[in-house]
Design a protein around this ligand. Structure first.
Ligand code: DAT
Ligand code: MG
Length: 160
């Protein structure tokens, strides 16, 4: 068998990244994927999914008391999203830096939100905010069998 165990070294992390319905509709899937690929992170799962209201309410459960919650769930369910799992050293924190601030008005140029969107309610992408949330989100969006373990040919040129 060529199957490999997931990398268990302490600094290797996985994060859940999603292109939201506006990012999909605006044709930004490739650009967002390209940034994570170019950085050196490893794509280990990806699928397009039209999420149910219940699924999205669970995904955003921590925000259920917010005034924008109903609108957020409606927006996220307004079309398919591209759900992904990316792996790499520090990918949770670095992934958030690459997305930029939640409100695109505050996102630095060079970040995904800073470069491609304008309003907080249409901020085109999602990224887990901690290793713990990443685990929860990956579990919610993916079955274990949908996540691939493989050795990237660039690994020895990315990590010393
Ligand atoms: P992030 O997506 O950066 O983790 P969050 O978890 O605080 O931000 O909020 C989740 C999403 O909810 C966010 O991407 C966009 C939406 N949202 C956050 N604050 C909002 C606000 N004040 N008005 C409208 N939508 C908001
Ligand atoms: Mg969040």
């Amino acid at each position: 068998s060529v199957e490999q165990k997931p990398d268990q070294s302490t600094s290797m992390e996985r994060t859940f990244i999603a292109v939201k319905p506006d990012g999909v509709q605006r044709g930004l899937v490739g650009k967002i994927v390209a940034r994570f690929e170019a950085k050196g992170f490893k794509l280990v799962a990806m699928k397009m999914i039209s999420a149910s209201k219940q699924h999205l309410e669970e995904h955003y459960a921590d925000l259920s008391s917010k005034g924008f919650f109903a609108g957020l769930v409606k927006y996220m369910g307004s079309g398919p999203v591209v759900a992904m799992v990316w792996e790499g050293e520090g990918v949770v924190k670095t992934g958030r830096v690459m997305l930029g601030a939640t409100n695109p008005a505050d996102s630095q140029p060079g970040t995904i939100r800073g470069d491609f969107c304008i309003q907080v309610g249409r901020n085109i992408c999602h990224g887990s905010d901690s290793v713990e949330s990443a685990k929860k989100e990956i579990n919610l969006w993916f079955k274990e069998s949908e996540i691939s373990s493989y050795k990237s040919c660039s690994e020895s040129w990315l990590y010393e």
